[in-house]
Design a protein around this ligand. Sequence first.
Ligand SMILES: NC(=O)c1ccc[n+]([C@@H]2O[C@H](COP(=O)([O-])OP(=O)(O)OC[C@H]3O[C@@H](n4cnc5c(N)ncnc54)[C@H](OP(=O)(O)O)[C@@H]3O)[C@@H](O)[C@H]2O)c1
Length: 259
Amino acid sequence: MQSHHRSSDPAHVLITGASSGLGAALALAFARPGALLSLAGRDELRLNGVAHAARSRGAEIEAAALDVRDRDAMAAWVVAADQRRPIDLVIANAGISGGTHGGPESAEQTRAVFAVNLDGVLNTVLPLIPRMIERGSGQIALVSSLAGHRGFPGAPAYCASKAAVKVWGESLRGELAPKGVRVSVVMPGFVKTHMTDVNDFPMPFLMSAERAAEIIRGGLAKDRARIAFPWPMAMAAWFVAALSPAILDPLLRKLPKKS
Ligand SMILES: NC(=O)c1ccc[n+]([C@@H]2O[C@H](COP(=O)([O-])OP(=O)(O)OC[C@H]3O[C@@H](n4cnc5c(N)ncnc54)[C@H](OP(=O)(O)O)[C@@H]3O)[C@@H](O)[C@H]2O)c1
């Protein structure tokens, strides 16, 4: 479905993890005539497919196969994109998750999750902050997760990386607001993508990536500090996080784990 665009929609949007799932849906949600989208992902074939679909909606596309863990390559790409046309909105979306395979999460996986979900976000956003401050405008969207409200036994590194992104974004919002730069933290519940396709447990209120992208676009247009959805999951996650560990931990141990 072609989305309905507003005159306030950003003219240049940079999105990481645009080769699939939520990032691909966001690219299509922001694609319109006159818009420039700078899109990154690792899988060139899938990224080009998304670029093609966004182009057919009238947008100009600059696609780059990049690993968000590569600090120098990311800085070079992000700054070049900003020089081409000032970036109105950056969406740090690339992320990975992993199950604990019935045992403790491996050291390797723990580091891999932090490298993509935390360092990858910093590599995307940090090169842009001084540039946005200098022109006194711009918007930063950090994709966290409702899993960032509280640590769950099935995904220690994932929850922790998302918590770090959430809290960093909250601080950044207050820090950058007086400079004219807006910051939002995005906290989705279950969204149907490659990431959740592997889950063999029930996922309450599972929603399509297209619907999630529209909610995010709407929240960013209103400059919401926290874009958490769907609301019943957002309420539940917030409530669970408020409980004492003495009550919560025994319950969490019974939750199904990502395999
Ligand atoms: N799905 C959910 O239920 C859900 C819920 C809450 C939050 N989120 C968050 O939403 C974001 C998008 O996830 P998704 O559900 O759309 O999953 P997805 O379909 O697996 O997409 C993940 C994207 O991140 C990219 N990526 C992964 N590692 C990368 C790396 N090292 N360098 C560059 N790009 C990399 C992938 O690129 P390639 O495929 O090209 O490698 C892909 O485009 C993630 O941050 C995730 O944690 C998802």
